[in-house]
Write a protein that binds this ligand. Structure first.
Ligand code: PMV
Length: 305
């Protein structure tokens, strides 16, 4: 019997970095998915077939952790496959971890609920990366759009009916997330009062954005995104390439724009309408950004036929 599972990638909408310090963030699942196939084998060793080295590390750790936790001795073959590469920072490692636990749970008759999958996956992610709020793990597990607080202290679905009309532009620079988390924590040590003020302002934006999303007030969501970007620039995590892509998107009529994730590279997002989408896409391309066609508010981890 082969179990096939998929889990989505993510985009941070609001609140990156502040979330690491206990403030809330908003994250959405994207329709690019990571697939895991798992089966029992009669061999002495497990077999991991993962096209990306980074992913195989997460699969191996998850498998080892699962076997220890549920006292399993049998060998397993796990194959992974992705709709997206880890290059653009859409969260392939969190998706592969979540999908691996879901598949193993099924394979060995441990029907793990979402909370268990989140907790197990978060632990594995922390073991490998040492830092992180777990927002990516949460959205890979639960899907849709979430209001989230570090470590899963709060995980609440945002009551929005539809996906956001977003344009996603890749900066061409791979972001080094742990480096930027450390950079912010270094700044936090030296300028605690100022950093706390920025985080609190971000937290206020997150609350306002949650309510604007629930009311489908997209003009307000857009303004809040641009405001969040201004605060991220104050944290020192934006880079000129992202700044240019964001400025061009706004000039072309986007309702709002910001970087998404740790900063230092990866992607920016711009909120558009049907009438402004094309102009914004062209502006981001002209600024040297690579358009990443993804929809958001996608389903969380699930079994595949
Ligand atoms: O770089 P990404 O997309 O993994 O986002 C990191 C977001 C941070 O808030 C900086 C870290 C975290 O784990 O929440």
């Amino acid at each position: 019997m082969t179990i096939k599972v998929s889990a989505p990638g993510k985009l941070m909408l609001f609140g990156e970095h502040a979330v690491v310090y206990g403030y809330p963030c908003l994250v959405t699942a994207v329709d690019k998915r990571l697939y895991v196939e798992a089966e029992r084998i009669t061999a002495s060793e497990d077999e991991i077939i993962a096209p990306q080295v980074k992913e195989s590390r997460f699969v191996l750790e998850s498998l080892a952790y699962f076997k220890k936790r549920f006292k399993i001795n049998q060998a397993v073959r796990i194959k992974t496959n992705g709709d997206f590469s880890h290059r653009v920072g859409l969260g392939s490692s969190s998706a592969v971890t979540v999908a691996t636990f879901k598949a193993l749970g099924r394979l060995f008759g441990q029907d793990l609920d979402a909370r268990q999958i989140f907790d197990l996956s978060y632990r594995v992610n922390l073991r490998i990366q040492g830092v992180g709020s777990g927002f990516d793990i949460a959205v890979a597990t639960y899907g849709k759009t979430l209001y989230f607080v570090t470590g899963g202290k709060v995980i609440i679905p945002v009551a929005t009916r539809q996906p956001l009309d977003l344009v996603v532009g890749y900066s061409g620079v791979k972001a080094d997330t742990p480096f930027y988390i450390r950079k912010v924590s270094e700044a936090f040590r030296h300028r605690r009062v100022q950093m706390r003020r920025i985080f609190s302002e971000i937290a206020v934006l997150v609350e306002q954005a949650r309510s604007a999303l629930e009311k489908a007030d997209y003009r307000r969501v857009g303004r809040l995104m641009t405001e969040n970007q201004r605060l991220l620039a104050q944290l020192g995590v934006s880079i000129p390439k992202l700044d240019t892509m964001i400025a061009r998107a706004l000039e072309a009529g986007a309702l709002g724009a910001k970087l998404s994730g740790a900063g230092g590279g990866d992607c920016m997002i711009a909120l558009v309408t049907k009438t402004t989408r094309q102009a914004v896409e062209q502006a981001i391309s002209a600024a040297g950004g690579e358009l990443i066609p993804v929809a958001n508010h996608a389903a969380g981890v699930k079994l595949e036929p």
